[in-house]
Design a protein around this ligand. Structure first.
Ligand code: NAD
Ligand code: UD1
Length: 336
């Protein structure tokens, strides 16, 4: 079976490519390198000792997509390509809607024309918004997102569901990721953010390696056990394996399926700092800072649907997530 992976040079995409190749799938990778580079593709080949086709292309470029679908036999698409910086999306909403929503529409048009009707889409726990109570369950009302990035995910989910309603031959699989962290155990691929990281784990890792001075802990007066924000951190390799299970099911059936990919376990900012210190042997300098706008106190998944229907459970704990992040950061202090 042959899978087109959009955004396959990026953080989650590259780890998923490794797992797809290891599972025996043929892959075709598409990326415009907006937030990644060729080196990750080289390293996927090095880790797996397997080759694959790559197209440097943009998901908004209909002609390029038509060409790919004409040249390749594609059974399903795993669609990672998107812009993902929450703060930037507030400054550049049009770019986010054009790239994420517009790009997905163009991709789906090209898929429809080529008769490829199976798509696994990267959504986010952010679609649960500010008003639901943990643990988040797939049946909860979505929306109420607090930034354009989150709203693109909400809109795309709705668009994909409408596509299914119009044509029941499609398989639409929506994966709502919680907080992906960690790296491949080889230390060869990992998260490689541009500029100063917005997310907690890459920030901690860059403090550890000496690139940043001090972590600001955004709020210590939340209604959580230690007052700091609680999230459901999930190892990126577990997340990647979730895609393998999801695409296998999608290849066999049609329908709309939504799955949370999380561990179901919450971890606070200070707990993650402690775990990282243990994994790296380095003291993380931090200070308490005001809350960050748009943050909720606690976010974790009810992961039982993915367990029951996909037979998927996250296997790797916080210590392994920190050890693997540290190995990648230490070996690649300046990224790829
Ligand atoms: P990433 O930025 O590392 O990867 C995205 C890839 O898509 C990059 O390689 C980028 O160059 C490419 N891309 C972007 N726009 C493109 C376009 N128009 N045409 C072709 N390629 C394009 O991000 P990631 O962390 O790997 O995230 C992958 C997906 O998962 C995204 O859709 C993201 O919104 C979603 N997601 C990520 C997280 C997270 O914490 N990392 C959480 C929830 C959801
Ligand atoms: C963020 C995004 C969310 C996106 C998710 C995964 C925001 C508001 N939300 O979620 O839309 O789906 O990433 O990409 O950006 N923290 C600090 N100091 C830091 C950074 C973070 O204390 O320097 C805290 C946060 O307040 C939060 C926790 O660490 O409690 C996790 O933050 P982060 O890694 O940014 O993820 P989310 O906020 O969960």
């Amino acid at each position: 079976m042959s899978i087109l992976v959009t955004g396959g040079a990026g953080y989650i995409g590259s780890h998923t490519c490794v797992e797809l190749l290891n599972a025996g799938y043929d892959i075709i990778v598409l990326d415009n390198f907006y937030n990644s580079n060729r080196e990750s593709l080289k390293r996927i080949k090095e880790i797996t000792n397997k080759d694959f086709k790559f197209y440097e292309a943009d998901i908004r470029d209909k002609k390029a997509l038509e060409e790919i679908f004409k040249n390749e036999k594609i059974d399903a698409v795993i669609h990672f390509a998107a812009l993902k910086a929450v703060g930037e999306s507030c400054v550049k909403p049009l770019e986010y809607y054009e790239n994420n929503v517009g790009g997905t529409i163009t991709l789906c048009q090209a898929m429809k024309e080529a008769g490829c009707k199976k798509i696994v889409f990267s959504s986010s726990a952010t679609v649960y918004g500010m008003n639901n109570h943990v643990p988040f369950v797939e049946t909860m009302t979505t929306g109420g997102t607090t930034n354009p990035y989150g709203t693109t995910k909400y809109f795309i989910e709705r668009i994909l569901m409408d596509i299914y309603d119009s044509d029941n031959d499609w398989n639409i699989t929506i994966l709502r990721y919680f907080n992906p962290i960690g790296a491949h155990e080889s230390g060869r691929i990992g998260e490689n953010p541009n500029g100063i990281p917005n997310n907690l784990m890459p920030y901690i890792a860059q403090v550890a390696v000496g690139k940043l001075e001090c972590l600001s802990v955004f709020g210590d007066n939340y209604d959580t056990p230690d007052g700091t924000g609680v999230r459901d951190y999930i190892h990126v390799v577990d997340l990647a394996i979730g895609h393998i299970k999801a695409v296998a099911k999608a290849l066999e059936s049609s329908g709309v399926n939504v799955y949370n990919l999380g561990t179901g376990v919450g971890c606070s900012v200070l707990e993650l700092v402690k775990a990282f210190e243990k994994a790296s042997g380095i003291k993380i300098n931090y200070k308490i800072a005001p809350r960050r706008d748009g943050d909720i106190a606690t976010c974790y998944a009810d992961a039982s649907k993915a367990r029951n229907e996909l037979g998927w459970i996250a296997q790797r704990g916080i210590d392994e997530m920190c050890e693997d992040t540290w190995r990648f950061q230490k070996n690649n202090p300046n990224g790829y």
